[in-house]
Ligand binder design. Structure first.
Ligand SMILES: Cc1ncc(COP(=O)(O)O)c(C=O)c1O
Length: 459
């Protein structure tokens, strides 16, 4: 039987070897990137003009003087001014495998050779099914999750999750979530998000019920949260469609909670027929297992789970009972072909190459990074680097007194000295890292030197 033309492109030895040659050539050029470097005098003007252009075109300056050149290697990235930074935020979680990973790049190029750039829900190519099939199989290993639907970002994956839960529990409309939650930037996800600064001028829809997240400083914390949930449930019996939660507060401050904190909340939701939706847009692939619901061993409870970032596309994963009626979720785009091929490769790498499990690379990095921060906090930066914590590759610490101005200024110094990081939380404001899974031990020492220098410069 004659082979399909599309399959011939995939299977062609010539195409495969050309892709490998391209990737090797690019790796050869990127091999000049070996560590942090200041801006290059010859490129400073170019760097400034690129930053100005971006700011002017969007009507607001960039948060950092950062425009990437397209060169990068592992945990390091080159900017248009010729500087090389240690990237410990990775596009707020997109580049789990760092910059220019040869396998990610090869998969991306392969996707780019398809007949179409973007796939759609009406006319998908087979990368569509390969991706959602693999994702739902991986998700279903330790949960009842069975199907996946693609979306263009975390926000859209979340919108779909909310629709699924509301349809299933119609006409219930209220949503339970944690204080300081973050869920995305659409109108409804801004409502789910508990940060007034992100919805200035927007009307309120009064569909949210809040309970406090775990507070490790308060021995009554779990009880208080459960009591809060019980009160909401009593007041709104039958009118709560879903409990939406981040397994670890992300934007809200990188605070983790133990399994025992979640269990009574999830039991109550099950008893009251409230859908349980884990928003893993940020935690996915970062907490030591593929899903944080596995790390916390709460997979049996999960009805819906959303992911994005690391996966390169968004997805809503759900159980048989939450499979929606036709017409509820769709949309033109279901992901760019290179994003689907790269996302699938990343899924394979993270689940097959020794990253997961208590002794996997993710947890090794976690222990080393936290150890490094603890060491700074007990020696040269005593009292100025406190409360290092988080889960897996999501790590934060509180600098100084955790005031916004202090953290903003520290992040600027860190950037100047060679680390890209970001903040999270409100009280205290913390410095957060989304550490790439490809960081090497020696890079953690580079991070140590820069964090120490930047902290001490501020005192
Ligand atoms: C927990 C969580 N949910 C949803 C989102 C929104 O995802 P996106 O920015 O891809 O729309 C984010 C993004 O940071 C997130 O951290």
């Amino acid at each position: 039987m004659a082979q399909l033309i599309g399959h011939q492109i995939d299977d062609s030895k010539n195409v495969q070897s050309l892709i490998q040659s391209l990737v090797q050539e690019v790796a050869q050029i990127n091999s000049q990137i070996v560590g942090v470097q200041p801006a290059h005098p010859e490129h400073i003007d170019l760097g400034k003009s690129e930053i100005d252009r971006a700011g002017k075109a969007r009507g607001r300056p960039l948060a950092y003087p950062y425009v990437g050149s397209g060169g990068g290697r592992g945990a390091y990235v080159e900017l248009e001014d010729g500087s090389i930074k240690l990237d410990l935020i990775n596009g707020i979680g997109i580049h789990l495998m760092g910059h220019s990973h040869p396998r990610v790049m090869a998969a991306t190029v392969k996707g780019a050779l398809s007949d179409i750039v973007n796939q759609g829900n009406l006319q998908p190519n087979r990368e569509y099914s390969r991706f959602i099939e693999t994702l739902s199989q991986l998700a279903g290993k330790r949960s009842r999750l069975k199907y996946a639907w693609l979306a263009t970002c975390g926000t859209m994956a979340n919108e779909n999750a909310l629709k699924l839960s509301r349809q299933k529990h119609s006409p219930a409309r209220m949503v339970l979530s944690f204080k300081n939650a973050f869920a995305g930037r659409s109108t409804m996800m801004a409502e789910l998000t508990d940060n007034p600064a992100y919805k200035v001028g927007l009307p309120e829809y009064h569909e949210m019920l809040r309970i406090p997240f775990y507070d490790k400083r308060d021995p009554q914390s779990s009880e208080k949260t459960l009591r809060g949930m019980k009160e909401h449930v009593a007041k709104h019996e039958g009118n709560i469609s879903v409990f939406s939660f981040e397994p670890m507060l992300g934007e809200g401050g990188y605070q983790a909670a133990p399994r025992e904190f979640f269990l009574p909340l999830l039991d109550l939701c099950k008893e009251k027929k409230i859908a349980i939706w884990a928003d893993e847009v940020q935690t996915f692939a970062r907490t030591g297992e593929l899903f944080a619901f596995e790390t916390l061993d709460i997979g049996n409870y999960i009805d819906i789970c959303t992911i994005a970032k690391t996966a390169q596309v968004g997805a809503t994963i759900y159980t048989e009972e939450y499979n929606p009626q036709p017409g509820l979720i769709a949309g033109t785009f279901s992901g760019a072909t290179p994003a689907l091929t790269a996302g699938l490769e990343i899924l394979k790498m993270i689940s097959e190459d020794g990253y997961l499990g208590p002794q996997g690379r993710v947890m090794q990095i976690h222990r080393q990074f936290i150890g490094m921060l603890n060491e700074l906090g007990s020696t040269t930066c005593k009292g100025k680097v406190t409360d290092p914590g988080g889960m897996g590759l999501m790590i934060a610490f509180t600098p100084y007194e955790g005031k916004k101005e202090q953290v903003d200024a520290l992040l600027k110094r860190m950037f100047q000295n060679g680390i890209v990081a970001f903040s999270c939380g409100k009280d205290p404001v913390r410095v957060r890292f989304l550490v790439p899974a490809v960081i090497e031990d020696k890079d953690i020492q580079v991070a140590r030197t820069i964090i120490e220098k930047s902290i001490l410069e501020g005192t």
